[in-house]
Design a protein around this ligand. Structure first.
Ligand SMILES: Cc1ncc(COP(=O)(O)O)c(C=O)c1O
Length: 306
């Protein structure tokens, strides 16, 4: 154990000593908003945008974090600096924020914030092994029977830690194929998202991705759209269905750790010729150019180390 420092509600403590109450609303209610940022070359990518999204989630959940966005950025950057020595020279990390409403009173009014918010920030090594082989091979995307929570119940743009339905959906996909990555539908049967990523297809040279009516407004999704536009690739936000995935020219997911994850099979059907497609490759290259690091190489290098 490296015994990295974590930030808990104002204190920096070794992770092995970090504790929260069993009465915390994170535990009792899953009443927690969250962000996961990653570093490239140990610099946080789009930290301001992540903190902006975090504060939108805090606003909607009416959790008062007791600190400003600028203070949140400052403590986050400070944590990265404090933990720097625990990472190798070319090692990157996650920077994760979890903020709950604080203590909750059993049988009390769960809507009240009766204590200070519990602010938990930690860093962890960016382990890319679960996805590393998929840059070349593509993964098998599988749609489970569980559907995402309708936006009428919880807006998917509010990034939160109530994740049982994503976990069960991912589990169903992995029972079909242990290597599968889920693509969940909404209650109307439209393509929504992966438990931790957004979905894109390529059709006739154009990128198509679901609107944010049923998925998180992913920052990797936004960066992928920016990269596509810089490469003169047209991007359309539309309602798409499983039919569109099965018949796509290319299919991939986007998320903070892996940036772009190609899929070459969907529910057992091969996508196009079963190879990672040219536009996916171009976008990956565009991403690497943008962040100043070979994203595929970083992940594949881990296959050799571990
Ligand atoms: C449900 C869900 N969808 C999509 C994403 C991708 O978002 P981002 O690109 O901001 O990491 C995440 C990230 O954790 C997520 O939890």
């Amino acid at each position: 154990m490296k015994n990295r420092k974590v930030y808990i509600s104002g204190d920096l403590v070794p992770d092995s000593e970090a504790k929260i109450s069993i009465y915390d609303s994170a535990v009792l209610l899953g009443d927690t908003v969250t962000e996961s940022t990653r570093t490239f070359n140990y610099k946080p990518f789009k930290l301001i945008e992540h903190v902006d999204r975090l504060y939108k989630s805090l606003k909607l959940t009416r959790i008062d974090p007791g600190m400003t966005k600028d203070e949140m950025i400052e403590v986050s950057e400070n944590l990265l600096a404090v933990n720097k020595e625990t990472y190798g020279d070319n090692e990157d990390c996650w920077l994760v924020h979890n903020i709950s409403r604080g203590l909750s009173i059993t049988g009390g009014n769960p809507t009240l914030q009766v204590s200070k918010a519990t602010i938990m920030i930690y860093t962890q090594p960016m382990i890319l092994l679960p996805w590393a082989k998929f840059y070349k091979e593509g993964c098998h995307a599988v749609t489970p029977s569980s559907r995402v929570i309708p936006s009428q119940s919880l807006d998917p743009r509010l990034k939160n830690r109530s994740r049982l339905f994503y976990t069960l959906g991912e589990m169903e996909a992995k029972l079909v194929d242990p290597d599968a990555q889920s693509i969940m539908l909404d209650i109307h049967g439209n393509v929504a998202e992966n438990k931790g990523g957004n979905i894109f297809i390529v059709r006739d040279g154009k990128l198509i991705t679901p609107t944010t009516a049923n998925c998180l407004e992913g920052l990797t999704r936004a960066t992928t759209i920016e990269v596509a536009k810089s490469l003169n690739i047209e991007v359309i936000e539309a309602v798409i269905q499983p039919y569109d995935l099965s018949t796509a020219d290319e299919l991939f997911m986007t998320s903070t750790p892996y940036s772009i994850m190609p899929a070459t099979k969907y529910n057992g059907l091969t996508i196009a010729d079963g190879k990672v497609g040219p536009i996916t490759k171009k976008l990956l290259q565009g991403w690497s150019d943008r962040v100043g690091l070979d994203i595929v190489k970083q992940a594949e290098d881990q296959l050799h180390i571990h």
